[in-house]
Design a protein around this ligand. Structure first.
Ligand code: SF4
Length: 489
């Protein structure tokens, strides 16, 4: 019997298993003994017979993927069971083992993988970052989150956070190990205790404000909520202290809602939309859309901070960050575009790409003072698709526009501009709540629910796309005339 310690990483297990396999050592000859001693592969090799001259074993990639995920489970049997599966797949002639769901080994390993997948999902949904300071050298803000996953799934879960929070410096601390991202590099260090987590900060208040504002008692489903947000995670959620109180008062709050004149039920999103969501937890966010009335009570900086954590539609998952509006909170004029582009997504500021340059130049010629204008978009996250090395713009869909509308309405309610310029059809769809044809309706339109003066005009990216010089000059002149009309308000 060969004793092999299993207190090591998946890569170490794979190296050990490869050594054992190449020497023809059968699973029942291996004792995967738990050991915290530092027993290297080299010392194990000394005890092994030399490799047998056997043919190279092809290990299915699907097995390696399955095994890598299952390894994150804490069941101490996993090295032995995985090695037995590996043996059967390669030396045992059972190439189709992974297509037999009733096989005991495969069933066990698939169960571990499923459990780990659930933990990864919970981690994506319930990690909450806290702002803990600013790096003196780089000036970048530092965020830290504490999480206690049931499995050792940090490395499997962390690519999501790298993608989602690429522009932030953050650390995720767990008892097993910690991940650190500085905007360029990902590093891992040994696990820590919860005492290492800095105390509560303002971001927790923001979470609570956001959670309170999006909580809709008419949509309350306590069982679904508790299964999706298990109580064991509550202790690390800043919004957790609110949950019991909101559930207790939900009946009263719903009665008040129903008695409020003009209050209408929000449409329930259809299933096809829900299926496209990135995580199950987003269903909760969708189900309890933020009421604009509640959001509109937030000061503009808090409103924008709350929008940074919005997950009401799937667009947040592929974007770098929420791109909020930019400009004075008491602006007389608000310009509404479609959505941030590639450059805006990276910088977090609207209208800084090629279309923004066209807009700013046209505003200058039309006499609109840029400093007195608030610029924003109907949709706050960049929707794109890969196109070679580029990220190609994709027009946001009607549902995405609808889900983002509360943020725009809240901005409008907060700023209360005298004039609003709708740049393009998406801005029109969002604020007029109907399809618009710019070429037919361009100019001053009647929409007193938005502002006393509302101008519908081209989006500057449309001007950029016009190839015909004469058509472009004519459209540009019309665009500037529309802006000049706003300057005169
Ligand atoms: S696009 Fe709008 S609704 Fe969708 S996640 Fe972003 S902020 Fe939320």
């Amino acid at each position: 019997m060969i004793a092999v310690p299993f207190d090591f990483s998946f890569d170490d297990w794979r190296d050990h298993a490869r050594q054992l396999l190449s020497r023809g050592i059968a699973p029942d000859e291996v004792d995967w003994t738990e050991s915290r001693q530092d027993r290297s592969l080299f010392s194990m090799e000394e005890t092994l017979p030399p490799p047998a001259p056997t043919p190279h074993h092809n290990v299915p990639a699907s097995f390696l993927t399955l095994a890598r995920h299952a390894w994150a489970h804490r069941d101490p049997r996993r090295p032995g069971v995985l090695y037995r599966m590996l043996w059967r797949l390669t030396r045992g002639g059972e190439k189709h083992l992974m297509s037999i769901p009733t096989d005991p080994d495969f069933h066990t390993v698939a169960g571990w993988r499923k459990s780990v997948a659930r933990d990864i999902h919970k981690m994506h949904a319930f990690v909450r970052f806290r702002l803990v300071g600013t790096d003196d050298a780089t000036g970048r803000e530092q965020f830290v989150a504490w999480f206690e996953p049931s499995s050792q799934c940090l490395r499997l879960a962390v690519p999501f956070f790298v993608n989602r929070f690429a522009g932030m410096d953050w650390s995720i601390l767990t008892p097993d190990e910690c991940a650190h991202w500085d905007g360029k590099n990902l590093q891992f260090t040994p696990g820590l205790s919860k005492d290492s987590v800095p105390p509560e900060d303002g971001l927790d208040d923001l979470w609570r404000t956001y959670y309170r504002s999006i909580f809709n008692p008419a949509r309350l489903k306590v069982k679904a909520m508790q299964s999706e947000m298990p109580v064991k995670y509550w202790k690390n959620l800043p919004e957790a202290p609110l949950i019991q109180g909101l559930i207790t008062t939900s009946r009263t709050r719903m009665e008040i809602m129903l008695e409020t004149p003009g209050r209408t039920e929000k449409p329930i999103p259809d299933n096809s939309y829900i299926q496209n969501l990135h995580t199950l937890s987003d269903i909760d966010y969708l189900d309890i859309l933020p009421p604009p009335q509640a959001l509109a009570e937030l000061p503009l900086p808090e409103l924008q901070a709350a929008a940074r954590i919005c997950r009401a539609c799937p667009l947040w998952a592929k974007a770098t960050q929420t791109v909020n509006g930019h400009g004075p909170a008491d602006a007389r004029i608000v310009l509404v575009g479609e959505q941030p582009g590639d450059q805006e997504d990276l910088a977090g500021t609207p209208f800084i790409g090629p279309a923004g340059k066209v807009l700013r130049a046209a505003m200058a010629r039309a006499g609109v003072d840029e400093k007195s204008v608030y610029m924003t978009n109907a949709v706050k996250h960049f929707k794109w698709t890969p196109d070679g090395p580029r990220r190609k713009h994709v027009t946001p869909g009607r549902e995405e526009v609808q889900h983002c509308r509360p943020w725009l309405l809240a901005e409008m309610a907060r700023i209360q501009p005298a004039a609003v310029v709708l740049l393009g059809a998406t801005a029109g769809l969002s604020l007029l709540n109907r399809e618009v044809r710019i070429t037919r309706e361009r100019g001053l339109i009647d929409a007193p629910h938005i502002a006393s003066r509302v101008v519908l005009t081209y989006h500057p990216s449309y001007l950029l796309r016009l190839r015909d010089g004469t058509a472009r000059d004519r459209a540009m002149a019309e665009f500037e005339a529309d802006l000049a009309m706003v300057a005169g308000f």
